[in-house]
Structures are given as structure tokens and as C-alpha cells.
Design a protein around this ligand. Structure first.
Ligand SMILES: [Mg+2]
Length: 366
């Protein structure tokens, strides 16, 4: 089997409402669908969401780098997935989202050729698990209303974005707990907003809200700060922006800086590296791994869900990245049932891509 072409489809998708975190607001969503075409009539699909502030890739660079990687991969055997993942790392440093897009497509082909869903190929043991729903930064009352709405929809885990202002954050969590009670798990994500001392102060103040974990309380570069926070508070500290590659996960976990890491396909460069991070975390005795996402479509979320299904260490699941989209080109892969992701038993990622929508939402980079 041979790769004969790699096609990219840059698209712009409408959003239901702007999504706000400590350092960013997303109002329109841009993503790239990647199709790896083989000589045997089987295509694999993947998705790249370049995120300049996280992955260091602008949208235009991502397209250029996909073109660059294509030149290295056309003519190769798509089933030698780990070899091709390693090859991408060898020829191009960083640029994790484009590698993730190609990696997903290669695993999709593998599953289609072997007629098995990806989670089975990865040794999957579960097909149903809870995901959280994320509440972006907004007025405290609005966030409490969102929380109530999500709980009414069946979600039992909420992820709350904080880091804008200490008193308002306190108010946000208070309103949310008042609205949904303590039977719902609440985790928070500060997206690097605090210094270590601020983080310790805030997290002690938040103790009464019985939070499940805190994601990235301090700046991504401050590994020592993560360790200081971790030693000073009871709740698990999970690195997100601080950890991209398996090497970083290994370092952070082995020096005891964190209780866990947030794995994102767009940060680590695909399914192979995501699996390695999960294994590293297991070997290092981490309390758990989180799996997260950018604002991304069902295609990339399905790929992440297959990874979750095969790794018990991934206990904190945050795969809600398409809920803010008003429309998307993918269907299938999984169902969302009352806060639970339920994987479908279809080959590969199990996702159907609507080519008309790829055309309809085509994004021309000016
Ligand atoms: Mg995060």
C-alpha cells in the first residue's frame, strides 16, 4: 500500500457563541481537514488545529508545513504508522498540529484496512466514559446558568475557566456551586493566569468548593512553580500548556512537578505520542492524565476518544471542543449521551466527512 496524495481542506466554521479563557477569545473557528489518499482506494481523515499561542503555528505556516510533510510521505506505506510519525519528527521540529492531522489519518487508514475501530487496535477496554463540559469566562450569573443547563443535559463533570480576577473567580465558583450543588464534579483551568503564590492563595480560598483538580495554574515555563503549587495544596495539579511532548511529560512527572498532564493530540503531534505520554504517566506513577482539545470538530475529538478508550490512566476527560460550533463537516465516530461519550464500532476513527461542507466552509487565507 502506498500514499499517493495528501490533501488539505482549510475551513472556517461558525460558532454558537464566543469562547473566552484567561488569555484569549475565539469567535470563529479555523481548522484544517487532512485527507491521506492511498493507491488502494482507501482514504484516511485527520484534523489539524494550529493554535499560535499554544503550538506556535500560524494557520498559513500549518498549510505550508502540511505541503512540506506531504513531500516526505507520498510514496510511503501508510501502515507503517509509527515509522512515519517518527519521520515527521525527524524532518520537522515542533508543528505538532499538522503532525497530529496526518497521524490521525494514518491510524484511520490502519483501522479501515484491518476493519477494526481504532480503540480496538490500541487495546481498548471501554467504549463509554464521561466527558466534562467547559464553561468559558463570562459573568458569574451567566456561568451559573450554563452550569445548570449542562447538568440538566446530563453532564456530571464541569470544567470552569478562571484566571480573570480573583474575587470574580470566587464569585463564579460560588454561583456555580449554588446552582448545581456538590453532586457534580467541578474542575478548574486557570490557563497560566497566576503566579505560584497567587495560585496557592486562590486554591486555598477555593477549598470550600471541593474542586477536583486545577489545570495549569502558573505560566507554562514555570515548572518549579507548578511543583511549589502542587506541594502546597491538596487538589491535583495538572499541566496543560507546560507539556507538549512525551519528553516534557516524562520530565514533569519524574521531578514530581505535577499530579498529571493534559494530553492533547494537537500539542503532542498525534496518536502515537499521545499513547507514549499515557504510558510515561503510568510508569511515573502519575495520579492520572487528562485528555483535552482545542476548539476542534468531531473528527479530532473521535481520534482522542479512541485513545481514551485504551488507556485507564486517562481519567479526566475534556472532549467537548465541538459543542461551541454551530456546524461541522463530520458525523459519526461517537455519540454523546447525557454527558457520556460512546464510541461506535466502525473501522478506523469511524467518522464520515461531508465533502460538500468542506467546500461550503472553505477558508481562503488572504
Ligand atoms: Mg487547559
Amino acid at each position: 500500500m502506498e500514499i499517493v496524495d495528501i490533501r488539505f481542506y482549510p475551513i472556517e466554521l461558525p460558532m454558537v457563541k464566543p469562547f473566552r479563557i484567561a488569555y484569549d477569545v475565539t469567535t470563529r473557528s479555523h481548522t484544517i481537514y487532512v485527507e491521506v489518499v492511498t493507491d488502494e482506494g482507501i482514504s484516511g481523515w485527520g484534523e489539524a488545529v494550529p493554535t499560535p499561542k499554544i503550538t506556535g503555528e500560524s494557520f498559513g505556516q500549518a498549510l505550508a508545513n502540511l505541503e512540506f510533510l506531504k513531500r516526505h510521505l507520498v510514496g510511503r506505506d501508510p501502515l507503517r504508522v509509527r515509522e512515519l510519525e517518527a519521520e515527521m519528527d525527524r524532518v520537522l521540529r515542533g508543528n505538532s498540529s499538522v503532525k497530529a492531522g496526518i497521524s490521525m489519518a494514518l491510524y484511520d487508514i490502519l483501522g479501515k484496512v484491518l476493519k477494526a475501530p481504532l480503540y480496538r487496535l490500541l487495546g481498548g477496554f471501554r467504549t463509554r466514559f464521561e466527558t466534562d463540559m467547559t464553561i468559558g469566562i463570562d459573568e458569574p450569573e451567566a456561568m451559573a446558568r450554563d452550569a445548570q443547563r449542562f447538568v440538566d443535559q446530563g453532564f456530571r463533570v464541569l470544567k470552569v475557566k478562571v484566571g480573570e480576577d480573583p474575587d470574580r473567580d470566587y464569585e463564579r465558583l460560588k454561583r456555580i456551586r449554588d446552582a448545581v450543588g456538590y453532586g457534580v464534579r467541578v474542575r478548574i483551568d486557570a490557563n497560566q493566569a497566576w503566579s505560584p503564590k497567587q495560585a496557592i492563595r486562590m486554591l486555598r480560598r477555593f477549598e470550600r468548593f471541593e474542586l477536583e483538580l486545577v489545570e495549569q495554574p502558573v505560566p507554562a515555563w514555570d515548572w518549579e512553580g507548578l511543583a511549589v503549587v502542587r506541594r502546597s495544596v491538596d487538589i491535583p495539579v495538572v499541566a496543560d500548556e507546560a507539556v507538549h511532548s512525551p519528553h516534557e511529560a516524562f520530565e514533569l512527572i519524574s521531578v514530581g512537578a505535577v499530579d498529571g498532564v493534559n494530553i492533547k493530540l494537537m500539542k503532542c503531534g498525534g496518536i502515537g505520542p499521545a499513547v507514549t505520554i499515557a504510558r510515561v504517566a503510568e510508569a511515573g506513577g502519575a495520579e492520572g492524565c487528562m485528555i483535552g482539545c482545542m476548539v476542534e470538530t468531531r473528527l479530532a475529538l473521535a481520534a482522542a476518544a479512541h485513545v481514551v478508550a485504551a488507556h485507564p490512566i486517562i481519567r479526566w476527560i475534556d472532549l467537548d471542543g465541538n459543542t461551541s460550533l454551530a456546524d461541522e463537516p463530520s458525523t459519526g465516530g461517537y455519540r454523546l449521551e447525557k454527558g457520556e461519550i460512546v464510541l461506535e464500532d466502525k473501522p478506523g476513527l469511524g467518522v464520515e466527512v461531508d465533502r460538500e461542507k468542506l467546500e461550503k466552509y472553505r477558508y481562503e487565507l488572504s
